[in-house]
Design a protein around this ligand. Structure first.
Ligand SMILES: Cc1cc2nc3c(=O)[nH]c(=O)nc-3n(C[C@H](O)[C@H](O)[C@H](O)COP(=O)(O)OP(=O)(O)OC[C@H]3O[C@@H](n4cnc5c(N)ncnc54)[C@H](O)[C@@H]3O)c2cc1C
Length: 411
């Protein structure tokens, strides 16, 4: 069995590690020129599958938390605060020995997943040809590769999906009617402590009555131990967001910031602080239009999808990467049992994988559209779920920080 993997993101690299552990031959192709070509994102929460991942990967990748925890060097558990109308006090979820959560800094996570994986950089897929005997992939640089199975882990605008379904992304991706302004800021000392107190790793403040919600997140703690890089996403319902003349298409960074600061003035002061401390230069220039993808079926054969290529979703519930890694864990088990020559068995196994993956993925796509609405349980209670845990009251905290000495940082 020789597996061709298209895409060196979470899904592609996760699959590569699982195949390496099983001694299955693979090649992995990534369109970026190198690991620094593109910003990898801020942070991502991993939870119920941590042990499964560690077991499925070779031991030389090391410990996930030690390699990726965005709260290092602080000794604080990953924690997500949830502030919703009608819910008194601070609710949230937290990393505990019984229910571990690792909030992984995205670049560190990619580096961890890439441990000892020979990524072929600068390989942008252009064309795929497959039949019952084999599959070939052709790259923009004129080279090509042949294998028994090809896995499309090439993200939301997947060319592998376009090949499989013969339909372009523009036809398949669905607009999520929300506009967003995104900001980044570095905070130190007391300001940093106050953000950590709202939720060590992140927090969501939702207020449908005010007409918006905010996700505030820690990207990473700086090596000095008393400063952190933060990001926030201010979002409001907006069916017009994709229109070419939408104001966010041309607004300056200062105009976007002014708009948000005015809107959030109705929030309690502690939630306004992050916006007020963000400089205009910290506002993302490019407008953001969220799209997601719900597929009901996929053809079965030697070409298979994982992750966003099959079920792209909004990041509001923090589940896209999580489901991508579940796909990978499930698919790697299937591939490990296949005979490369038996196309009948391959089709049957892929059909079974697709059915489970699409049902689970689509469910997550739908619930991810609705993060701003707590769910009502059958007994009429409001329920908030994050990191697969039901939110519980979290005590108010006083965060204590200690500056890491310069010598310790350089060592
Ligand atoms: C702002 C934001 C925050 C998020 N936060 C969370 C979170 O907290 N928790 C969570 O679980 N999920 C989160 N997600 C979702 C998560 O990032 C995705 O679900 C996950 O990255 C999907 O992994 P993937 O491997 O399918 O795709 P990607 O990670 O997008 O990787 C695809 C790779 O394929 C490569 N590629 C694309 N086209 C080609 C081509 N033609 N040829 C070769 N290579 C190609 C790309 O360069 C890329 O490296 C977030 C997403 C966003 C946008």
């Amino acid at each position: 069995m020789h597996v061709l993997i298209v895409g060196g993101g979470l899904g592609g690299l996760g699959l590569a590690q699982s195949l390496r552990k099983q001694g299955i031959s693979f090649e992995i192709f990534e369109r970026d020129e190198n690991a620094d070509s593109r910003f990898q994102g801020w942070a991502i929460g991993l939870h119920t599958i941590i042990n499964d991942l560690q077991k499925a990967f070779p031991s030389d990748v090391g410990d996930l938390k030690a390699a990726t925890d965005h709260l290092q060097p602080l000794d604080l558990p990953a924690q997500i605060g949830l502030y919703f109308p009608g819910m008194e006090g601070r609710l949230g979820v937290e990393d505990t020995p019984e229910a571990p959560i690792v909030r992984a800094e995205r670049r560190r996570l990619r580096d961890w997943l890439a441990t000892n994986i020979p990524i072929q950089w600068g390989k942008r897929v252009q064309r795929i040809v497959d039949n019952d005997e084999e599959v070939s992939v052709y790259f923009e640089d004129g080279t090509s590769a042949k294998g028994d199975i090809l896995v499309g882990a090439d993200g939301i605008k997947s060319v592998v999906r376009t090949h499989l379904l013969q339909r372009p992304s523009e036809e398949l991706l669905k607009l999520v009617p929300l506009s967003a302004v995104v900001g980044e800021v570095t905070l130190s000392g007391e300001e940093f402590k106050r953000q950590l107190a709202l939720g060590h790793s992140a927090y969501i403040f939702a207020s449908p009555n005010l007409g918006f919600f905010n996700f505030g997140g820690l990207h990473y703690v700086l090596p000095d131990g008393v400063s952190g890089r933060h990001y926030w996403m201010y979002m409001e319902p907006d069916p017009e967001v994709a229109k070419p003349d939408h104001w966010l298409q041309t607004a300056s960074q200062q105009e976007k910031l002014d708009y948000v600061v005015k809107k959030v003035s109705a929030m309690p002061p502690k939630f306004q602080e992050i916006f007020k401390l963000t400089p205009a230069s910290g506002i993302k220039k490019e407008p953001h239009v969220w799209r997601d993808l719900e597929l009901t079926s996929l053809p079965t054969g030697r070409v298979i999808l994982v992750g966003d290529a099959a079920h792209a979703m909004t990041p509001f519930r923090g589940e896209g990467g999580y489901h991508t890694l579940i796909d990978v864990l499930k698919l790697s088990k299937v591939v490990g049992q296949l005979d490369a020559k038996d196309i009948g068995a391959i089709k049957a196994a892929v059909a079974e994988y697709n059915t489970e993956m699409l049902a689970r993925g689509s469910e997550a796509v739908r619930s991810s559209r609705n993060v701003q609405k707590p769910q009502k349980t059958s007994d009429g209670k409001m329920k908030l779920i994050s990191a697969n845990q039901e939110a519980r009251p979290l005590p108010e905290e006083e965060i204590k920080l200690e500056r890491v000495p310069e010598v310790a940082i350089t060592a």
